[in-house]
Design a protein around this ligand. Structure first.
Ligand code: PLP
Length: 376
């Protein structure tokens, strides 16, 4: 059966990227690798919209999050963490693991943080050195206002670190222009690659903080990664095949263009939201991101049964995390998705709903999605 992946990581990998990665391995200290890597580093700057170097790490996205914590903070430092979902909470857990004091700003799941509340918390806690935020919170489908958060952080003279693991390539995040100090992402989301790599870029101000950081680290020491960059290398063996695939996916992203890519995600998200509403279902997020649409399972319907019903057609959606387990279906628009993929997702949702006994008019969601998609 044909398999279709609509999960917010991993996402579908385009055929041209898969084929690149199937080629024989090259050595990571060779001239051929240095040339390829040099091109990749330039294209990563385009994706991150920055003049600062973008460092590549061999880990999933969480590795880049941990890297940010251990490189920016010193023992006994205090950080502010915005917690409005599973991934915001992860910032707090990471800080605690290294003995960093946390000032939490808690946000109800489904809501976006009020940047003014962050501003107030920073006034009350002048000891805060770094704010850890999430751009698109993948557990709630919410997009936080990073531009406003950057202004608040700048005013308070603290660093802003943004988890853009699911959002880079899906939503605009002009790092330099907005003054975001650290942006990080992973390979298996908007970059259309398999899991296994992460990327991070730091502003000059953030590099200053790296100098005074004394938290324990070895593999995650970003100073080593930066000095290797000059030689077109990484300090340790990189995920060579993934970098070869990355060169291809970044070329695709350049060919499409960032703006067209953001528009694509916006259209598919809007089409899906309209479809869901036409089916009489409710959206979970009150400030929805274009990365994914989170649909509440209708009253009396088990969200897990709905996932299983879709799976019977080869369609994989993601379920809810933590408190949302069994209550929602998460449908992603991330990465290599075209109009007809987006329509397939809605079609599978309609069928799954009917299969679990929810009376739903077949095609009503599809029609609503088509109205949006056929407009342009
Ligand atoms: C997927 C995701 C992560 C976790 O990344 P891993 O690659 O699983 O380590 C963190 N934050 C957000 C917002 C994500 O979407």
């Amino acid at each position: 059966m044909k398999q279709r992946l609509f999960t917010p990581g991993p996402t579908t990998v385009p055929e041209e990227v898969l084929l690149e990665m199937a080629r024989p391995i090259i050595h990571h200290r060779s001239k051929a690798f240095a040339e390829l890597f040099g091109k990749v580093l330039e294209d990563l700057k385009y994706l991150f919209q920055t003049e600062n170097p973008v460092l590549t790490l061999t880990s999933s996205g969480t590795g880049a999050m941990e890297t940010a914590v251990v490189n920016l903070l010193a023992r006994k430092d205090t950080a502010l963490v915005i917690r409005g979902g599973k991934f915001g909470e992860r910032w707090g857990e990471l800080c605690e693991a290294y003995g960093i004091r946390c000032v939490p700003v808690d946000v109800e799941w489904g809501d976006a943080v009020d940047p003014e509340e962050v501003g107030r918390a920073l006034k009350e806690h002048p000891e805060v050195k770094v704010v850890f935020a999430t751009y698109s919170e993948t557990s709630t489908g919410v997009l936080h206002d990073v531009k406003a958060l950057a202004e608040v952080a700048k005013k308070a003279g603290v660093l802003l670190v943004v988890d853009a693991i699911s959002s880079l390539g899906a939503h605009p995040l002009p790092m330099d222009e907005w003054g975001v100090d650290v942006v990080l992402t992973g390979s298996q989301k908007g970059l259309m690659l398999p899991p296994g790599m992460a990327f991070i870029s730091l502003s000059e101000k953030a590099w200053e903080a790296v100098k005074r950081s004394d938290l324990p680290k070895y593999y995650w020491d970003l100073r080593k990664a930066r000095s290797s960059l000059a030689k077109g290398q990484t300090p340790y063996t990189p995920a060579v095949s993934l970098i070869v695939g990355l060169a291809r996916s970044l070329r695709t992203i350049r060919e499409i263009g960032l703006e067209a890519l953001w528009r694509r995600h916006a259209r598919h998200a809007e089409a899906t939201r309209r479809a869901v509403q036409a089916l009489g279902l409710e959206l979970f997020a009150r400030a929805p991101s274009n990365v994914l649409t989170i649909v509440r399972a209708p009253e009396g319907v088990d969200g897990k049964a709905l996932l299983k019903a879709a799976q019977a057609y080869g369609v994989t959606f993601a379920g809810g995390q933590e408190g949302l387990s069994g209550k929602v279906v998460r449908i992603t628009h991330l990465g290599y998705v075209d109009d007809f993929d987006a329509i397939s997702a809605v079609a599978a949702l309609e069928r799954a709903l009917r299969d679990v006994g929810w009376k739903v008019p077949m095609g009503k969601g599809i029609a609503a999605a088509q109205e949006v998609l056929a407009r342009e």
